[in-house]
Design a protein around this ligand. Structure first.
Ligand code: COA
Length: 215
């Protein structure tokens, strides 16, 4: 699923089941030492997908520590992103020679809880969701909006090292499979306030991606 919405210069891997815990590197074990079973499995398989994707761009398997605010610490010369949700795990990576950042996010294909939407979307974004729903009520557009903002954050944070609130990006979803995001705050490291991404749905999941090329 994730490969369908990534450019050819981004490598990816995905799993619908879990990898054995032995696939973790010893350096990664402390990060889940006190974690519950669900968290252990998603962490292990996310790392497994990351190493599979890295192998596709010629990177020898090694540990991927958890860095500042939970962001993965990618091997030198690479950038990437990990996502997991019930029944799905994926990673996407690229060489820093071609990419500045990659952000991916997967979610169950189900409407957001009603009380969540106003906390992640502006009145204008909610209005736009209504129009999309009128055209196709099966997609779960609110979940795509949420996921797109998670992908924005996963591109924003590794570049800026800063928090970004849901109210600080405006996402405009195109029904044909893409979206654009306008950042309402600037950061010198970002160098742009405009991002573009893609979305895809399967029976049970939705996913979004943003791949920021190196100019
Ligand atoms: C960090 C966050 C984006 C993760 O998204 P999620 O939908 O909850 O969970 P996912 O499974 O898709 O992603 C989790 C993975 O994201 C990665 N991640 C965590 N923090 C990250 C960060 N600061 N930067 C980049 N990637 C990060 C990790 O790889 C993590 O998996 P791991 O802990 O097993 O390594 C989310 O929890 C969060 O904090 N969001 C608030 C900020 C935000 O989204 N703002 C919107 C701006 S428009």
């Amino acid at each position: 699923m994730i490969g369908e919405i990534l450019p050819s210069w981004v490598a990816s891997a995905e799993r619908f089941g879990d990898a054995p815990e032995e696939t973790l590197f010893p350096e990664e074990r402390p990060f889940i030492a006190r974690a519950v079973d669900r968290r252990r499995r998603e962490f292990v398989t996310g790392r497994h997908c990351a190493r599979l994707a890295l192998a596709r761009i010629g990177v020898t398997p090694g540990p991927i520590p958890r860095g500042e605010r939970g962001a993965p610490v990618w091997p030198a010369g690479t950038v990437g992103s990990i996502t997991h949700c019930a029944g799905y795990r994926a990673a996407a990576v690229a060489s820093t020679g071609v990419a500045r950042a990659v952000g991916i996010d997967a979610e169950p294909r189900a409407p957001l809880p009603a009380e969540v939407l106003p906390t992640i979307a502006s009145p204008g974004e909610i209005e736009a969701l209504r129009a999309l729903d009128d055209a196709d009520g099966e997609i779960c557009w609110d979940r795509i909006l949420f996921s797109a903002k998670e992908s924005v954050y996963k591109v924003w944070f590794p570049i800026t090292g800063r928090w970004l609130d849901f109210s600080e990006a405006v996402v405009d979803i195109d029904a044909s499979g893409s979206f654009s995001a306008r950042l309402l705050v600037g950061d010198p490291a970002m160098g742009t306030r405009a991002l573009s991404g893609r979305w895809v749905v399967s029976d049970g999941h939705i996913a979004t991606s943003i791949a920021l090329p190196r100019p």
